[in-house]
Structure formats: C-alpha cells, structure tokens
Design a protein around this ligand. Sequence first.
Ligand code: GLC
Ligand code: CA
Length: 519
Amino acid sequence: MAASWLKDAVFYEIYPQSFRDTNGDGIGDFNGIIEKLPYIKSLGCNAVWMNPCYDSPFRDAGYDIRDHKKVAQRYGTEEDLVRLFEEAHKLGIRILLDLVPGHTSETHPWFLESAREEENQFSDRYIWTANAFCGGDGMPFIGGEHPRDAAYIINFFKCQPALNYGYRDIHDPSWQQPIDAPGPLANREAMKDIMRYWLDRGCDGFRVDMADSLVKNDHGTKSATMEVWKDIAGAIHAEYPEAALVSEWNNPEQALGCGFDMDFMLDWGGNGYNRLMRFYQLDKKGNILSDNSYFKLESDADITGFLRDYPYDAWKDLGQRCMITGNHDTKRASFNLNDRERRLAYAMILTMPGAPYIYYGDEIGMRYRWLPTKEGGYHRTGSRTPMQWDNSKNLGFSGAEEEKLYLPVDPAADAPTVAAQEADPDSMLNFVRGLIALRRSREDLSNCSPFAVYSAEAGSRLFAYKRGRLLVAVNPGREALTLELDGAYAPVYTLGHSRIRGNTLVLDSQSFTILSPAE
Ligand code: GLC
Ligand code: CA
C-alpha cells in the first residue's frame, strides 16, 4: 500500500542552489526554501522534491556525495533542514530528498578505504576489476589513480565510482560478484540506514537517482536490480508506511513492480515524453534546426508517438507514472515552446494520471540560457539559474553582489518574475495555479483516477482522453478539428476557443478543453 498522501500529490522540484538565498552568500539555502513555502502552497503544490543537499565536492551538483548523513554547509545546518520538514508539514507539504544509491563521490571515505592496497571492510563496496590493466568488461572504468592494483567502474562522471550491488550475468568471477555477496549486501544495508536516518528526521521519502542501474549486466528484464529494490523498498515501506519513493527509471512495469510508488517518464531522445515537448534537432551552436514536438504549432506530429510509450493498462494497478514540466537535466520547455504552446503542454501534463512534477520557475516561464558549465552541469546549467521572484536586486534571489551569485540571474528587461505575474490574471503563473486547483478539486482528475484514450488517430493533431467521467481534448495545431462526442457534455475548463454543436466538439487552433457529462 502506497503512502495515502500520494493520491492527490502535486510536486514542485527545487534545485536548492538556485531557489532563494537568505544569508547573502549568493547561493540558495534551506532557510530560503522555508521562506518560500507559502508560495509553493499558493501554487497548489503539496509536495516537494529537492535535489541533493548533502556534503559533496560538487563535481556533479551534489550527485557526487561525500557524506550521506551530513548536509552541505552552504545550504545551512541539519537543524535548518529539520525545520524545513517541520514548517512544510505545518502547511501540508511533504518533502522528498534525493537518494543517490548507485555511486558516491570519489572522495567518500568508503571509496578511499576501498582504494587502499590492503584488504579491508570496504574493499568490495565498489566494483574493482581483477587488475589495473584488464579493462572494465564493457563498463566505463578508471585506472591508474590509486595504490590498489585494479581499476574501478564508474556510473556517470569520473568522480562517481559505482557502488557494488553485484552482477547478474557474471563474465569474470575473479572480480564480478553475485548480488548476494557480502559487499553488495552491505551496500543495501547502508542505503536502508541512510534512508532511515533522514526519515527519522522528518523527510517524507526519496526521489531515487538512476534507480535502474544498480546491478551490472542486468540488461532487459532488470530482474536482479528489481530483486535488490524489493529488498530495500520493502524494508522501508514496512517500517515507514507513509514514505514515498519515486524512481528515475522510466519503466513503470519494472520500477512500480519492485516497490517504487511512482516512476518518472523521462526525457530520452525520441521517446514518448520527448516527442511531446522536446523533439527537436540542434546545430553545433545550439540553434534549433527542426522541431516536430507535438505541442509545437507548426509541427505535423500526432499523439501516437507518445502513446506508444504509454501502455497505461500495463502499469495502472501498480502505482503512478509521473510527468514533468522539465527537470534539472532537461532544457526548459521555454527553450523551444512559446507561451501558448507551453500552456497546452502543461494543460495535458496537469490532467494526466500520476502525480505531476513542476520544475521550479517553469510556472512563470523562466528561460533556458546558454551559460558556461557550473558544477558539472554543461548544457543543463542553463536550466538551473536563480528563481526570479521580483524586480529587486538579483530578481529577489539574493542580496549578494552579482559576481558572487551561484549562477547569473536572467538579465533580460522582461525576465518573468513571480511578483509581476501575481498581479496578472492571465499570467502563466495564474494559469498553472488554475489548473492545479481544478485537478485537486475534481476526483476524476486525481492521480489514480482512470485514464482511457478517446481519440488518437495517426496523422491527426487531435488527442482526446477520458479521466473518469471527464473528457479532455487538445488541438495543438493550426487547423480547427472536430470530435464526435459519446453523449451530452458541458465544458468545465477551456483554453483557446472550442464549442459543442450537437454531438460534435469543435476545437479551434491551439485549444484545450475539459468536458463533463451534462446532468
Ligand atoms: C541523474 C541525475 C543527474 C545526475 C546523474 C548522476 O540522472 O538526475 O543530474 O548527473 O543522475 O548522478
Ligand atoms: Ca545562502
């Protein structure tokens, strides 16, 4: 049984570096998030996922953890973080921390111990090859850095050695271990211990980084990685029934099948989610060469590319599949979609099953900016800039001098801000609020209420779906379209122009509507 609060959870993702700086050192902090909790509540969000906030050398923005049980000084103290949990709970907001189970920083004490020549209790906690020259059996590896006569497998950047959860298909038993060897089992226990540590301090669960990649040579079915998660998630759910787990996996049958409550639909080139909003090609300089995203006005995409990747019946009873407006790894939707196109995309995201996740700043249309890389961000850096609150210094993000800011704020004269949009009933901010309020007021739109495709023809720009008894229809294209209705309906929400003529719904260019059966 999943945590009861997930039924109507709407999430807000916070990149802590860039949300709000309260002590003027140029970087966001826990107190800044506490200060802005009422704002998050005003959006209608009742849950937050915060990117890693632990002690780290920040070679990958904190996804390279040096000490899992210590918060990074730059965000404040552990007491501040606990206060964040408490203040959030007072407002009915849950907080998920980021759990990075697959790797640590190369400076983590566990890793430094494991890199020593003499065998010790950490020797098998990472994946070390037979010797310094034998290669990684197809996995990326680093050699020549440590006294131990072996190379180590990495998960992502050079600074992120993979923790050893074992191998499913073992090619070389001299160094590849089964998943129930002592090192892999110790890592599972270590993760449970870290999760308990933060749950005991008041966090409400975890977003789990690269959850699908723990066991190596576990291609296809991921059966061994699932076995590991059944153990870890099973233990945590038994001890903390109200804790929630969301996976970075992008395979709901697998992820929800081994204990996750939610699984993200991720932005992978050409997949279903990608085809909605980010199906473009760039030249070397980052200019858009072509864009056939479904929500682009001029595209000719139909919705079938998305639906191929959305076999609802395969996972509907297992848990939630979650859609995002973007995240700290994607370009912001404002990179290629204009205001109207984004509204249509968000209207769909906010009316689909599964808890939706809003990436901070997307609700005001913050821009993607080409910036020099920061903390291993590279092209992701431009989606991680400071939140834009108002027209005061640094757009209300920080009182620091400009050159001390973690990342520069948007210098544009018309940079969107919360304050400006609060005052404008037609702003993106109030549009997002309106849709979240509608979602949370209608049982049929809640996270687990049924979904069924109503109309999705190849070659057509129209997409219509049922949520419970409601009928939702969107036309992102230029031509007006019609849809035959299966009964008498009345609109409960409209964006753009649409009308009902007898049994036919007419959707003008770039319109969206939600219809309810007429009483
Ligand atoms: C995930 C994170 C990403 C990070 C990577 C390595 O994909 O979302 O930001 O760089 O894992 O931990
Ligand atoms: Ca600060």
